[in-house]
Design a protein around this ligand. Structure first.
Ligand code: Q0N
Length: 323
């Protein structure tokens, strides 16, 4: 091939296509919930929690997606249902190890005043038992990544745990480690040592939560690995209910964990995210300054990301999410 240089300077106009999501898909995307008869209990980047009565809460997973700490302007089709169905799968898978807060995800069993929202709630919501939540995030890591990699590079330790020398980014750890954190005033999580946690919630409960966290992670990560997904790390929240120490919140979803495609795993660098890679690549490409307002996503990026969430659900459970 011969390259012909004209030696001219010319402005490039990059191909700029406006892509729209099909009306059917757009219609199914839920960005905000509003149930005027219920009081909002808490709202996160993705999930909204409502008070039902003194013993029960309603969790609703929207299709919102966050990247680089901000919720984006575009929703991801089916994402709320994928997150909810993955948590339900793990609650069942883990039921011999730990009680969980799930009461029902069967919308026909929800209180009568919610029946008019059945179409909005189906597949993406659950009613859970109100728990007395412990003020710690129970983080477990089987691989070194993210804030733990930063801490290790700086100190050789993570949350006070001495690690072997010479680890590379994303390396598998000799054994999973428990690295609790607390919600700092900034809203960001702050890694704490086991001794700090013991001062916060007591040594006996700390041991119980650590042992439970490690046992749950080992069982789930072994299973996921056989299905081609590495769960590099994850975060659990526990609380106390009449059933004792109870697994709450969402569990082992791509939003609460790092999911890596096992067939692309290569230590020595940051790993691709199973679910958010197209989003991150796009945001880097447009050189968003990572300050609000967060941009919208092209329909194609939202569609391909949606496919990754649906694929993660299928790969983990062997089930099809009806789309
Ligand atoms: C609870 N969070 C933090 C929304 C969810 N079973 C429970 N009983 C009482 N409170 C809670 C639970 C649970 N789970 C936990 N808020 C309320 C989790 N948030 C994080 C952001 O998204």
């Amino acid at each position: 091939m011969t390259k012909i240089s004209l030696g001219l300077e010319y402005a490039t106009i990059s191909a700029c296509r406006i892509s729209l999501m099909s009306p059917e898909l757009l219609d199914s995307v839920l960005l905000q919930t509003d149930f005027p008869e219920l009081k909002l209990h808490a709202s996160g980047k993705v999930r909204d929690v409502y008070n039902l009565d003194k013993d029960r809460l309603l969790f609703v997973a929207t299709d919102r997606i966050s990247a680089f700490d901000y919720v984006l302007a575009t929703g991801i089709p089916h994402k709320g249902r994928v997150l909810t169905q993955i948590s339900l799968f793990w609650f069942e898978f883990l039921r011999d190890l730990v009680p969980n807060h799930l009461l029902t995800a069967d919308v026909s069993q929800y209180p009568a005043p919610l029946q008019k929202y059945a179409d909005q709630l189906r597949g993406r919501s659950m009613i859970v038992a109100r728990a007395d939540m412990f003020p710690v995030e129970c983080v477990v890591r089987g691989y070194i990544s993210g804030s733990a990699w930063k801490e290790y590079k700086a100190t050789g330790r993570v949350c006070g745990i001495e690690l072997p020398k010479g680890l590379r980014e994303s390396d598998r750890l000799p054994e999973p480690i428990f690295t609790p954190s607390t919600k700092a005033a900034s809203g960001h999580d702050e890694n704490i040592s086991f001794a700090d946690m013991s001062k916060l919630v007591g040594p006996e409960l700390s041991r119980q939560l650590r042992d439970l966290t490690l046992a749950i992670y080992v069982k789930a990560a072994d299973y996921a690995r056989q299905k081609g997904i590495i769960i590099a790390d994850t975060k659990f929240e526990f609380g106390r209910t009449p059933q004792g120490i109870t697994l709450a919140d969402e569990v082992l979803t791509p939003d609460s964990s790092r999911f890596w495609p096992a067939d692309k795993y290569a230590p020595g660098r940051a790993q691709e995210s199973f679910d958010k890679q197209y989003v991150r690549d796009y945001l880097e490409e447009i050189r968003w300054n990572k300050r609000p307002p967060a941009p919208a996503l092209p329909a194609e990026v939202a569609r391909r990301t949606s496919e990754k969430y649906v694929e993660a659900y299928h790969q983990l459970t062997g089930l099809e999410l009806d789309v």
